[in-house]
Design a protein around this ligand. Structure first.
Ligand SMILES: Nc1ncnc2c1ncn2[C@@H]1O[C@H](COP(=O)(O)OP(=O)(O)OP(=O)(O)O)[C@@H](O)[C@H]1O
Ligand SMILES: [Mg+2]
Length: 816
């Protein structure tokens, strides 16, 4: 039912029955999901749970408000007679003279229970068509205007079930202590209150009046004490007759609401302020200057290697003033080099470095560093689908919402196209779509490497999903073939990755195979002929899982770039058993993302902290996560790593909230204890305003074993954190920036040299055995090489494959 028809129905109903005002009971209704609605009610009606509204106002504002805030498609309304709990009028004529029924046979009970949550908080009955477990049903009590006798029963004072809870509460307030109850009746009342206290439904409903879950039990206890002192025999017997049940909880709840509103105004206010200070709804309104502009958004939409970034960069270079936002430092550096080489002066701005090119009007930056203050003619946001990234998505969302640019070019796959359309309709920006196809189709080699790394060929990129696996594969290839391998993985600095990429791309050397992690998935232009998946499972920080199809596509798409030595891309797997999963992934359409990431600005966290002054920063972030409100298209980005750093820095005294917030964003690998130690040291020195030293020696030479290689990686990490801090805090406190830069360059160089000669067994970073999950997950040992691969997918696909082979024999090539 839309707001309009109901509104007119109500008008007709009201005029036919001579009703000039309606009483809306907010007490027995079910607005758990409706914090927004409750905000509105509480703001407009001063915490009243029942209020009278003139029919005109009722029809135009209340119903419309309910409709606009309700997450239900069909919120139900029932107008009933309070005296007998039956619908006031079984039917009315609508404006066209048609007879329309108004929930003819519903008693109050059925209204209350139909489509509502059970006391245990589960949604039951009608209204389940809604994707959330939220039901909005509203009970509207007809109230006669003064002196007008309605055609229905007069409100029966005896019928407690249908008494106005406000009245009941007022009576309780003035009542004398009641001692006339039997012991067994008191016991039953105790049970009812215990049931009330445990009721998920009641706790959720209480949120609507800003009684938070942590305060709910205290509030119920105090309500019980009050109730036991005051309740009349009649009231007690009514409750006893209901027993410790759903009905009793629902009967008590509105009286509880009245009690809370009167007794706990401070708690309610505090919780309400906390909720409103954690408000992340309507993020497009956070950027009024961008909203004041009429921006043109061009979505370059297509698969990998289709020319999206190339075309967007053309516009960037043509513009008078432009900004390119990159997902990676490496890519920002690449665009910086490329654009400058083409004669367009461009500066570089990343978390760790600022390279200002004189007279430049163009900037290549990492997306986290984008300024929403500056005005640009053209902005490019690359890999826009990263808006949906669980950790970093907020940076893309912020760039899209906040950039002050006349023209914004988004490059990415189609997964966030719909959500970008929605955002543009909210921001009022014009959206243009430009669709692309891959320059050359990607071909799957059905033969695979038959489980033998001896079958690698020049131009292959073997993809493995852990550092350990990468080195094991490199060792195996170099031991059993004449190929030499370059490596690229996340822990390497961009400079080293680039050096390895150049080594691989360069034809005049023996390094013709690349072994890489998913770090090759984005950005780098590599001369890859064939992408070979060593495995298709990876550790997700918790357990081994199949690599998501979108990522498989992205990585496989690295093969055969336009303009490279191998314009025709091939992809396959090491093991035959994994091939079907690869083909399935490549065939899958891009998923349609439903939500994109958000994270609060410091100012929002600060506002929230004002409500909870005495808790740790990590706890504060946790509370923010629990209480923040988000619109349906957004999620709060994961911030586990921020909390880990926050916990570590908890004991460092003298850091302001802003300092803590900033320190927590430093790009530290929290799994690396040495890197964490140095970050702690930096923060401790900073807190006592002592210039922060690097206090870390330079290694003497390149690594001779894996432990030394890891040490180099860590050292670079520490320098990278130092450089990041020096850009985000006052320069005077981090005076050794120059030295850190020089050391970082030297270490990146040493890392490059080390990788060239690396031929040792990898060690785990924790210095122990592989993670237990890996062992438990049934990795199998590969013949002779000490190389193990996960076999979780093998089982799934083996059967399917055998069936298929029986049916059709072996194909040689599959084009996807
Ligand atoms: N019109 C063109 N003329 C010359 N080279 C081009 C053209 N379009 C694209 N290329 C080259 O093709 C390669 C792939 O293009 P580009 O990087 O723009 O693809 P993409 O769609 O952004 O891929 P990805 O999703 O992998 O980032 C690049 O090396 C690029 O320079
Ligand atoms: Mg691109």
């Amino acid at each position: 039912m839309a707001g309009g028809p109901f509104t007119s129905l109500f008008r007709i109903f009201a005029s036919r029955n001579n009703v000039h005002s309606a009483r809306v009971l907010l007490s027995n209704q079910n607005f758990r999901s409706m914090r927004q609605f409750n905000n509105w009610v509480l703001e407009t009606h001063q915490f009243s749970t029942s209020f009278d509204v003139p029919c005109r106002q009722f029809s135009t504002s209340l119903v419309d408000n309910i409709h606009s805030h309700s997450p239900l498609k069909n919120p139900q309304f029932t107008i009933f007679n309070p005296a007998d709990a039956r619908p006031f009028s079984s039917s009315v004529d609508d404006e066209d003279g048609n007879r329309v029924k108004l929930n003819e046979n519903k008693s109050l009970d059925s209204v209350e229970n139909g489509g509502l949550e059970g006391v245990d908080g589960n949604s039951v009955g009608a209204g389940d068509d809604n994707e959330s477990c939220v039901c909005d049903s509203m009970v509207i009590e007809e109230k006669q205007s003064d002196g007008v006798e309605g055609g229905n029963n007069v409100v029966g004072k005896k019928n407690l079930a249908f008494r106005d809870p406000v009245e009941l509460y007022r009576e309780l307030l003035t009542a004398e202590k009641n001692d006339n109850l039997k012991r067994s009746d008191w016991d039953t009342l105790q049970e009812i209150f215990s049931c009330f206290s445990k009721s998920g439904w009641a706790a959720n409903q209480a949120l609507g009046i800003y009684i938070g879950k942590s305060y709910f039990h205290t509030a119920v206890n105090r309500f019980r004490n009050f109730f036991f002192k005051k309740c009349s025999a009649e009231l007690a017997m009514h409750l006893v007759s209901l027993g410790a049940s759903d009905k009793a909880v629902r009967f008590l709840f509105p009286i509880f609401v009245e009690y809370c509103i009167e007794e706990f105004p401070d708690e309610i206010k505090r919780f309400r302020n906390m909720i409103s200070s954690a408000d992340l709804t309507k993020p497009h309104t956070w950027f009024p200057f961008a909203r004041a502009m009429k921006r043109k958004i061009i979505y370059h939409c297509g698969p990998t290697n289709s020319g999206k970034t190339y075309n967007a960069l053309q516009k960037f270079m043509e513009a008078k003033k432009g900004i390119y936002c990159s997902p990676l430092r490496l890519l920002a550096m690449e665009v910086f080099d490329k654009v400058n080489a083409l004669g367009v002066y461009c500066s570089l701005y990343t978390g760790q470095e600022k390279k200002h090119v004189p007279f430049s009007n163009h900037i290549a930056c990492t997306v986290e560093m984008v300024s929403t203050e500056e005005l640009y003619d053209v902005a490019v946001i690359d890999e826009i689908q990263m808006m949906a990234d669980s950790c970093r998505g907020y940076a893309w969302t912020r760039a899209l919402l906040g950039l002050k640019a006349d023209e914004i070019h988004l490059c990415g796959d189609p997964s966030v196209l719909d959500i970008v359309k929605n955002i543009c309709s909210e921001t009022g920006d014009e959206l243009y779509e430009q669709h692309y196809e891959r320059f050359k189709p990607l071909v799957v080699e059905a033969k695979t490497l038959l489980g033998d790394l001896k079958n690698v060929r020049s131009g292959d990129c073997i993809v493995a999903f852990s550092r350990r696996e990468i080195f094991e594969v490199k060792m195996a290839i170099e031991k059993h073939t004449n190929h030499r391998c370059c490596v690229i993985y996340g822990a390497l600095p961009p400079e080293t990755r680039r050096q390895q990429a150049n080594l691989f791309n360069d034809q005049d050397n023996e390094y013709d195979v690349l072994v890489a992690s998913d770090a090759v998935g984005m950005g780098l232009n590599l001369n890859i002929r064939r992408v070979v998946f060593n495995s298709l499972s990876k550790y997700n920080g918790d357990k081994i899982v199949p690599v998501p199809p979108s990522q498989v596509k992205q990585i496989a798409g690295r093969a055969g770039r336009r303009g490279s030595r191998y314009p025709d891309g091939l992809t396959t797997t090491l093991q035959l058993e994994d091939l079907d999963y690869l083909i399935d992934c490549l065939k899958q359409p891009f998923e349609n993302v439903k939500k994109v990431g958000l994270f609060p600005f410091f100012e929002q966290v600060e506002l929230f902290a004002g409500q909870l002054p005495d808790i740790s920063f990590a706890h504060l972030l946790e509370k923010f996560g629990e209480n923040c409100r988000l619109d349906g298209s957004y999620f709060l980005c994961r911030h586990d790593h921020i909390k880990k750093v926050a916990n570590m820095l908890e004991k460092v005294q003298g850091l302001s909230l802003e300092d803590r917030f900033n320190f927590c964003f430093a790009p530290v690998n929290f799994r690396d204890p040495k890197a964490m130690y140095h970050l702690h040291r930096f923060a401790a020195l900073y807190s006592i305003k002592v210039p922060v030293s690097i206090a870390m020696g330079m290694p003497k030479g390149s690594a001779r074993n894996d432990a030394e290689l890891q040490d180099l990686e860590t050292k670079h990490q520490v320098l990278s954190v130092y450089l990041w801090l020096s850009q985000h805090f006052k320069k005077e406190i981090f005076p050794y920036k120059k030295k850190a830069e020089e050391m970082a360059i030297d270490i990146a160089d040493l890392l490059g040299q080390s990788l060239i000669k690396a031929c040792w067994k990898p060690e785990s970073r924790q210095g122990g055995n592989p993670r237990p999950q890996q062992k438990e997950d049934g990795h199998e040992r590969h013949k002779g090489d000490g190389y193990r691969r996960p076999n979780s997918l093998v089982k799934i696909y083996e059967k399917k494959r055998q069936e298929k082979e029986l049916l059709q024999g072996h194909s040689q090539k599959v084009v996807v």
